[in-house]
Ligand binder design. Structure first.
Ligand code: SDX
Length: 436
């Protein structure tokens, strides 16, 4: 970042001394007012719960223009990456800043492939869970548990440790997610196969069974790979900010990523794809398209607490570019599987059409986000609803680890420790029990 030819002056109506604050600019996007010295100079904090106007860091990884509906990974538009690259090329880009050439791609892909197995002991973690445990509860435990196996790579300040931990996490997430799935349905775990692609390997570990060979469907393989690309990173969202804050204490990368998995689970964040599909199934069960109007009235009635899941976004005040690409992928998969008349897809498109013409949504700039169509395409592939967020976590692991490594790699980073506006009880004395 560099100093802008602009300054901010903070003055106080009570006659307190004004304060000059430097303004910095990045390569694109809003400038920032540097308030790092504000407390020392004024004895006051800024107040921004939810961080609507706060830049928590400087980063060179992902840029979002919410008004234009633009998403760039290291400068490349998501629309171009989704068509011209695969997920492992995107991982290389997010981690190292550049798309790989053919040799680099082969080396990176081979390295990831050779880390896809997990320690045989990992399978015994799962036995502690009930078979009907939510896969995100299992995954949070499994990812955190990885740190118990890799004492050779838990010093987050060691660049080599960060590198091998990144590879291990990207490589093992598909194995762990498929283990959580297999455990839930009582089928044996499938070991990874080194001759398969990243997405193909995951499909086989999910849907393959020991008694027969599994043939990867190339359309589903490509669709899943694209779903991974679309979910790979997204600036300082809630789970990425969680990973950064957790990692800032110097904890090991596996623990920091486990914190990200836990945060992503929430229905306002990565859990929205599961909540969105459940919403579509509820509407379908209660009458389908004919009931959309009634449902939308509930959504617009604040007292109902009903939200149109998969719609709205803190940053996008235009169409989420990932939602457009997800809808295309949905079309491809449903056509491939002969499900082009899938009632939920029709229902989703009807909901979107109505919402985009309704003043409530137009005024609030509410558009479909990445979660609106992702559930329909994952369900068509055969992924159970309660595993959708696990797929999101699998894909977002590369973004979390790239953002964590960027923070730790900055010699100026400090442990994150926000302050507060306190409005609780002022100092008072404890009365003996008999007097309370
Ligand atoms: C992800 O941050 C990221 O980048 C996240 C993510 C990523 O890749 O990491 O993009 C992934 O989490 C996508 C978002 C998934 N969540 C959902 O689809 C859940 C439904 N959406 C909402 O909960 C909401 O839109 C949020 C949480 C996504 C954004 O919330 P904000 O920015 O705090 O906005 P808000 O709740 O203040 O909404 C503004 C207004 C409010 O109405 P008013 O108070 O102004 O009258 O819009 C309304 C909200 O009530 N509103 C909705 C709505 N979303 C917002 N009303 C109905 N349905 C919705 N979905």
């Amino acid at each position: 970042m560099k100093l802008a030819d602009n300054k901010a002056t903070l003055s106080f109506s009570n006659g307190g001394p004004s304060v000059e604050l430097p303004v910095y600019q990045g390569s694109i996007g809003p400038d920032v007012i540097d308030i790092r010295k504000l407390y020392a100079q004024t004895g006051m904090f800024t107040y921004d719960p939810g961080f609507l106007s706060t830049a928590s860091c400087q980063s060179a990884i992902t840029y979002i223009d919410g008004d234009k509906g633009e998403l760039l990974y290291r400068g490349y538009p998501i629309e171009q990456l989704a068509v011209n690259c695969d997920f492992l090329e995107t991982c290389h880009l997010l981690l190292y800043g550049e798309l790989p050439n053919a040799d680099q791609k082969k080396t990176f892909s081979d390295t990831v492939t050779r880390h896809t197995m997990v320690n045989e002991q990992m399978q015994f973690f799962l036995r502690g869970f009930r078979r009907d445990a939510h896969p995100m509860a299992v995954l949070t435990g499994l990812v955190g548990g990885l740190s118990a196996f890799y004492h050779d790579s838990t010093d987050i300040n060691n660049p080599e440790h960060r590198e091998i931990a990144a590879i291990r996490l990207i490589a093992k997430m598909p194995t762990l997610v498929s283990m959580a799935y297999k455990y839930g349905i009582g089928q044996p775990y499938m070991y990874p196969r080194n001759e398969l692609s990243y997405a193909g390997n995951f499909l086989r570990m999910m849907f393959g069974v020991p008694p027969e060979d599994y043939v990867v469907n190339p359309v589903l393989e490509r669709a899943l790979d694209r779903i991974f690309i679309l979910h790979a990173d997204h600036e300082q969202n809630a789970s990425t900010s969680t990973v950064r804050l957790c990692g800032s204490s110097g904890t090991n990368p596996f623990a920091a990523i486990a914190a990200g998995v836990a945060c992503l689970w929430g229905p306002a964040h990565g859990g929205a794809n599961e909540a969105c599909l459940n919403m579509l199934e509820d509407i379908q069960r209660n009458g389908g398209v004919s009931k959309v109007g009634e449902f939308m009235e509930k959504v617009k009635d604040k007292s109902s607490g009903v939200k149109l899941m998969g719609f709205g976004h803190r940053v996008y005040k235009n169409y989420d570019p990932r939602a457009k690409l997800m809808q295309e992928t949905c079309n491809e998969v449903l056509n491939e599987l002969g499900l082009e008349n899938d009632p939920l897809f029709k229902l989703a498109k009807e909901l979107e059409k109505i919402a985009l013409e309704d003043d409530y949504f137009v005024q609030r700039k509410l558009y479909p986000n990445v979660d609106f169509y992702s559930g329909i395409v994952q369900r068509a592939i055969g992924i159970p609803v309660n595993l959708f967020t696990g797929i999101f976590a699998l894909a977002r692991t590369v973004g979390w680890i790239a953002q964590l490594n960027e923070m730790i790699g900055d010699p100026e980073y400090k442990i994150g420790r926000p302050r507060q506006l306190f409005d609780g009880a002022t100092k008072r004395d404890v009365k003996p029990l008999a007097q309370r």
